[in-house]
Design a protein around this ligand. Structure first.
Ligand SMILES: [Zn+2]
Length: 432
């Protein structure tokens, strides 16, 4: 099992080439380096200044729930190799839920007012506005890109930007004819069809099953190879349909037949295939000033399948774009799991379930020098939990904190006198 390489800084905090964990342990043992950060593990050298670095590229596969990240180093002899991987879990759903709850509470309270002049349609949103749950995805991803830029000698960036290449589909000569030959074109067509047909079987509506590309009007009956004649079907439907025409196959279901015929002719608008969050992220990456390579989802999958890599967010990240065509990686590599937790809340009043204030939030965020989310070492001399643990705390405003050990996650209470701070809370929870 390959581990993430350890990030290395020189004595002026300039990033050097990440090193093997064994090398980092040796440097720490000999006193030549100190721990700079626990997560991601970063050391700082005590007397080195500058040093030789290879080209490193940050690669990103942005997702709605998780974003895959990989650092790929271009070694002269071994070629592009994944040296660090991370998977960032966003909290978009939690943000959305909190805002919806706030909205409902406010609406309920306002309804108690005797009279209020109507107010509607009088707010403008700036251009490029994203809902908070989506903006959060862009922001947390940019945070991690910026962090990695500080801690590793990065010279280029890659991002998966769109699901498929519309240009490739518009080319009439290759409009799907090669879809089964495992070509890049074929992968782009498949991604297009998944998007267009809503990731379900066109004939029975089955979701979350493996889908096969099907000719709506079979080729044997004069149907064309163009994408407008292709759809996705689950295996049972595909086999039952065999090489019958769609009109014959759906004889008893004229409604569905009409729907398929209508949808077949519709072309998926470009806007449906791209998403605003990814474009917002792309604009952020371009603003950094390093070269940004973009790729399609079709190409990512094609690269991953050709190299026989399993599916994982960080592997997809490594396979993004043209540079993902030949990347060395160990499928057992353990990525750093990073979960966004936020930095507390701004809400000052505690609400009951009807949205009425029932108390006030404690003013302070810290107690006895500790803050919720801090990573600590607990050395407990005696009692049921005697021993040494690493973990994360949630504070209370009395000397009894809730402690989550990173080893097994079984929560117990600790007295802060047993704790040593290792890393301040930075809005994320880490699992290596
Ligand atoms: Zn089906």
């Amino acid at each position: 099992m390959t581990q993430n390489r350890v990030l290395v800084l020189d004595k002026n905090r300039q990033p050097l080439m990440p090193c093997h964990p064994a090398r980092a342990r040796e440097l720490l043992r000999k006193g030549k380096a100190a721990v700079f950060r626990r997560h991601p593990f970063t050391i700082i050298l005590k007397d080195r200044e500058g040093g030789e670095v290879q080209q490193i590229r940050i690669k990103l596969d942005p997702g709605s729930k998780e974003t895959g990240m990989a650092l790929v180093a271009h070694f002269a002899r071994r070629g592009p190799t994944v040296i660090w991987a991370g998977e960032l879990t966003h909290q978009g759903a939690a943000i959305r839920k909190a805002l919806e709850q706030r909205r409902a509470h406010r609406r309920f309270r306002r309804a108690k007012l005797r009279y209020r002049a109507p107010r509607f349609d009088n707010r403008t949103r700036r251009e490029g506005w994203l809902p908070p749950s989506l903006q959060h995805r862009v922001d947390t991803t940019m945070t991690w890109v910026e962090r990695l830029l500080r801690w590793a000698p990065v010279s280029a960036l890659s991002q998966e930007l769109v699901r498929f290449d519309t240009q490739a589909l518009q080319n009439p000569e290759s409009s799907g004819a090669e879809y089964q030959q495992g070509t890049l074109q074929g992968y782009e067509v498949r991604e297009y069809l998944l998007e267009k047909w809503g990731r379900k079987c066109a004939y029975c509506g089955a979701e979350n099953v493996s889908l096969e590309i099907d000719h709506i009007h079979p080729r044997s009956k004069g149907g064309s190879d163009r994408v407008s004649n292709l759809t996705l079907a689950c295996r049972p439907c595909n086999q039952r349909k065999a090489n019958r025409d769609v009109a014959e196959f759906l004889e008893k279901d004229p409604k569905r037949l009409a729907r398929i015929e209508a949808q077949r002719k519709a072309t998926l608008k470009d806007a449906a295939a791209v998403n605003s969050t990814r474009w917002a992220l792309w604009r952020g990456l371009v603003a950094i000033g390093l070269p940004v390579e973009v790729g399609t989802g079709g190409r990512t999958k094609w690269n991953r399948h050709r190299q026989n890599y399993p599916k994982a967010h960080w592997i997809d990240a490594a396979c993004v774009g043209e540079s993902g065509g030949a990347v060395r990686l160990d499928a057992d590599h353990r990525p750093l799991a990073i979960r966004a937790m936020g930095h507390g809340e701004r809400q000052q009043a505690r609400l009951n379930r009807y949205g009425f204030p029932v108390g006030h939030k404690a003013g302070a965020k810290r107690f006895l020098g500790f803050q919720t989310g801090d990573i600590v070492r607990a050395v407990i001399p005696a009692g049921k939990y005697a021993g040494t643990f690493l973990g994360r705390i949630a504070i209370r405003f009395r000397p009894s904190f809730s402690f989550v050990p990173s080893a097994d996650g079984k929560v117990f209470d600790v007295h802060p006198k047993h704790l040593t701070l290792l890393q301040r809370s930075d809005g994320y929870v880490y699992t290596q």
